[in-house]
Design a protein around this ligand. Structure first.
Ligand code: SF4
Ligand code: SF4
Length: 162
């Protein structure tokens, strides 16, 4: 099993605007925020590179995004500007149990739980519906092993997480 590594795609934070609310400040760079899903109140610290530019009242990011999500240094990456002090809900979150790649290393799908493939690859979606969904396994480990064998036999590469 591989260790899950976040690719900073930002997708998990782009719909969190209504669940992560800034409710106060104890003086810059400390903010008080409430994570509605985790039912947590967090005293977070905005990280150094963002302290001068972060203004929760003048956001230039979409309102659907978590207020702490910003574009990263590299094209197509996104970062949490309170990363070191982010809510427990966010620390515990792992967005996938598997990631599936083409042989060229392009991510073509990711799996949430057992049966939820998120992919825009028609061939992979068809494979999933026809051969993976009907699988019957004794336990999680067996299911992952069977699914991996089928997916790899079709020329994909995959990472499986704990
Ligand atoms: S946890 Fe997953 S969805 Fe969220 S930024 Fe990392 S790779 Fe993307
Ligand atoms: S606090 Fe950070 S990790 Fe949590 S949803 Fe917001 S940007 Fe994402």
């Amino acid at each position: 099993m591989a260790e899950f590594v976040c690719t900073l795609c930002g997708r998990c934070c782009m719909g969190m605007g209504r669940y992560v609310n800034i409710v106060g400040s104890t003086g810059p760079p400390r903010v008080i925020c409430v994570h509605e899903l985790g039912k947590e109140t967090v005293y977070a610290t905005v990280e150094k590179p963002y302290r001068n530019t972060f203004d929760p009242d003048e956001r230039d990011t979409p309102k659907e995004w978590c207020p702490f999500l910003q574009k990263g240094e590299h094209e197509g990456t996104f970062v949490c500007i309170i990363h070191a002090t982010r809510p427990k809900f966010c620390r515990d979150f792992v967005c996938a149990t598997m990631r599936i790649y083409t042989q060229d290393g392009v991510e073509s799908g990711r799996v949430k739980g057992h049966f939820n493939l998120v992919s825009s690859d028609d061939r992979l979606n068809a494979l999933w519906n026809e051969r993976i969904k009907p699988l019957i396994a004794r336990n999680d480990v067996d299911w992952k092993a069977q699914a991996a064998e089928i997916i790899e036999s079709e020329g994909y590469r995959l990472e499986v997480y704990e």
